[in-house]
Design a binder for this molecule. Structure first.
Ligand code: ADP
Ligand code: MG
Length: 244
């Protein structure tokens, strides 16, 4: 297996608050990792450290063999382009329609011309089932549609990995399924994904590995069938007794 992201002794402290104490794990190409754990355990912080949106206090993040925590700002920005991010609250640009939202980064950052960017964007919209909505503005979309646009926008940069931070947490329950379906399709197409989620059904079905985070550590790494039926640590047993 090819290593895509190597995390070595990652620490992140906010003042006295030692959120991530010592984390070393590897994401391999094509893997789907679901990061689960109690609220406040540092899952979002961890995800933001992976692309150094958050500067680690100590430790290394190595992406495609390059140490993100020790490259120039320019190199970091170029490497980050290959790490797509999808947030809980969509973060679409409200003043641009759907297709423009998706075209922006390829045009601005990669210098793709307008017609090529539009062609690509429409293909991506078809992939997430939203070609009809291409000319609409974000405000007229449902939450589930907005999140599917956000995923298409992340894909437009042709990333090596997608990082998701609770992509369905802000959605009405009836819209969760359509977003998880798109994510599952991506997983099945071989996309490498790190997904922070409370959707245990998704983790069970789609994850190659579940990483259970608590108390500043990744306390368990296990295949989902193992994690959900026979968690090893008491901390995970306690967590699962609350969420399942
Ligand atoms: P989770 O995503 O698992 O709910 P977070 O990563 O959001 O957890 O937060 C973990 C801890 O880090 C919390 O105690 C939170 O208050 C703290 N924290 C997160 N971001 C910041 C920040 N920018 N400044 C200070 N403390 C933060
Ligand atoms: Mg969070």
């Amino acid at each position: 297996m090819t290593k895509l992201i190597e995390i070595e002794h990652l620490q992140k402290h906010y003042g006295e608050n030692e959120v991530l104490k010592d984390i070393s794990e590897t994401v391999n190409e094509g893997q789907v990792i679901c990061v689960v754990g109690p609220s406040g355990s540092g899952k979002s912080t961890f995800l933001r450290c992976l692309n150094v949106l958050e500067q680690p206090t100590a430790g290394k993040i190595i992406f495609e063999g390059q140490e993100l925590t020790n490259v120039s700002e320019k190199a970091l920005n170029e490497l980050r382009e290959k790490m797509g991010m999808v947030f809980q609250n969509f973060n679409l640009f409200p003043n641009m329609n759907v297709v423009e939202n998706i075209m922006l980064a390829p045009m601005k950052v990669k210098g793709v011309n307008r017609s090529e960017a539009k062609k690509q964007a429409l293909e991506l919209l078809a992939k997430v089932g939203l070609q009809e909505q291409a000319e609409q503005y974000p405000q007229s979309l449902s939450g589930g549609q907005k999140q599917r646009v956000a995923i298409a926008r992340a894909l437009a940069m042709n990333p090596a990995v997608l990082l998701f931070d609770e992509p369905t947490s802000a959605l009405d329950p009836e819209m969760v399924g359509e977003v998880l379906k798109v994510m599952q399709d991506l997983a099945e197409a071989g996309m490498t994904m790190v997904v922070v989620t409370h959707e245990m059904g998704f983790a069970k079905e789609v994850a190659d590995e579940v990483w259970f985070m608590a108390d500043g550590y990744i306390k368990e790494v296990a295949a989902p069938e193992e994690f959900f039926t026979a968690p090893k640590t008491e901390r995970a047993q306690e967590f699962l007794s609350k969420v399942l």
